[in-house]
Design a protein around this ligand. Structure first.
Ligand code: FEO
Length: 398
């Protein structure tokens, strides 16, 4: 059922309470999500985005209850990824001549996913606009690499709503729709998790794009993304957070992430945590067992941190596979401005620590030479390496 946001603008998306994974199984969802689509009913009737493929028939049937589909004058596809375009083929089967406005890259994306169906594409670029009624103009803003090459936002003047697609979203189902009606703690955590895991790899483009949007002087009163809450209360707050998060963000936090075979490396992890806390009581210290921790939540904690300590025993001449996977994921998210160090136990050859250091360097961390390496289980002598590592970790860089 449609929900009116403002004047003739309604939400017609899908509130997905059951979803637990996204991007295949690569992103965990803890509080549901939504695929937000919007219906604008002025002189022209406009649909902005659709929903994910499994909900395509519900979407089309629900839309039919609200409007004669033939009244839709145009469809705007802000982004071609399947969570927004999945219902497009079912919709186009009903209204095959309807113009689809999107970027040139989105045409390739949509044809690549759904085939060349002869759809009536209208390619748009930043600054292009369409009048849809008195005082109502839609203006397009390309959002290339935020987070796909085809991404775009659409601004509706008069109602002053920015339909930002994935940017400024969260995977968080809020039936009440608006940011001020959501649980603020969950909203913040889901917004930052989404930013870290989906947007952060491309944040070198973000600062420039935010400046470009600011230069357009759009009187934004509401930001309506394609997932999660609609920002109606102080919408600038999420833009300000993105600007902050995109700029080598860190808090006074140190994250210790490890895996262990027979608890020796776990003991080092806890000894490091205790020593950091003693030397710097105000620093937030968090310990995670990599194989038992949600990887997207772990990435969020690493993002918040000023330093990451990674531990693994040596097995088969290398770190454990969970640690290797975590480091590979960390590299793909392109964190900056963070220290890192390695630790671990070994009984034979002991390559894990050096290989972790190498992977951390490769992932862009400033890696300390100091380590804690323990031949078999940690002893008092082994743990004598802890203070030097902690001192180097806490030393202010000039
Ligand atoms: Fe929400 Fe890039 O899809």
């Amino acid at each position: 059922m449609k929900k009116v946001l403002k004047n003739n603008v309604s939400w017609v998306g899908y509130m997905d309470w059951e979803i637990k994974k996204f991007h295949g199984d690569d992103f965990t969802i803890n509080h549901g999500s939504s695929q937000n689509a919007y219906l604008l009913e002025y002189d022209k009737t406009v649909l902005i985005d659709t929903v994910w493929t499994p909900h395509r028939f519900d979407f089309v049937e629900n839309l039919k209850k609200e409007i004669d589909l033939k009244k839709i004058d145009l469809i705007i596809m802000n982004h071609g990824e399947a969570d927004h375009s999945g219902a497009l083929p079912a919709l186009m089967a009903e209204i095959p001549e309807t113009p689809i406005y999107c970027t040139a890259a989105a045409v390739k994306s949509l044809e690549g996913q759904y085939g060349q169906n002869g759809w009536n594409f209208h390619v748009v670029k930043t600054g292009d606009s369409i009048e849809i009624g008195p005082g109502r103009t839609l203006t397009f803003v390309e959002m290339k690499m935020l987070h796909w090459p085809d991404s775009m936002a659409t601004f509706l003047s008069g109602d002053n709503i920015l339909f930002s697609n994935d940017a400024f979203g969260q995977h968080y189902a809020v039936a009440e729709l608006y940011n001020d009606l959501a649980d603020q703690c969950v909203l913040y955590q889901e917004a930052v998790k989404y930013f870290v895991n989906i947007v952060h790899p491309f944040c070198i483009f973000l600062s420039k794009k935010l400046a470009e949007i600011a230069a357009l002087n759009l009187p934004i009163e509401m930001i309506a993304p394609s997932h999660g809450v609609i920002w109606r209360d102080n919408p600038a707050q999420i833009v300000e957070k993105y600007a902050l998060w995109a700029n080598a963000y860190q808090e006074d936090q140190i994250t210790i992430a490890y895996d262990t075979m027979w608890e020796g490396t776990a003991k080092i992890a806890h000894a490091l945590a205790a020593a950091i806390k003693e030397a710097s009581p105000q620093t937030v210290v968090k310990i995670f067992h990599i194989a038992k921790t949600d990887k997207n939540d772990l990435m969020t904690e690493i993002f918040k941190s000023k330093a990451l300590l990674v531990g693994s025993p040596t097995a088969c001449n290398d770190m454990l596979s969970s640690v290797a996977g975590m480091l590979s994921f960390t590299k793909s998210l392109r964190f900056r401005n963070k220290k890192a160090a390695a630790f671990g136990c070994y009984g034979w050859s002991g390559e894990a620590v050096k290989n972790i250091q190498s992977a951390l360097k490769d992932a862009g961390f400033n890696v300390l030479e100091e380590t804690v390496k323990s031949f078999w289980n940690p002893t008092e002598e082994t743990l004598n390496q802890v203070p030097a590592l902690v001192e180097a970790l806490l030393k202010e860089d000039k």
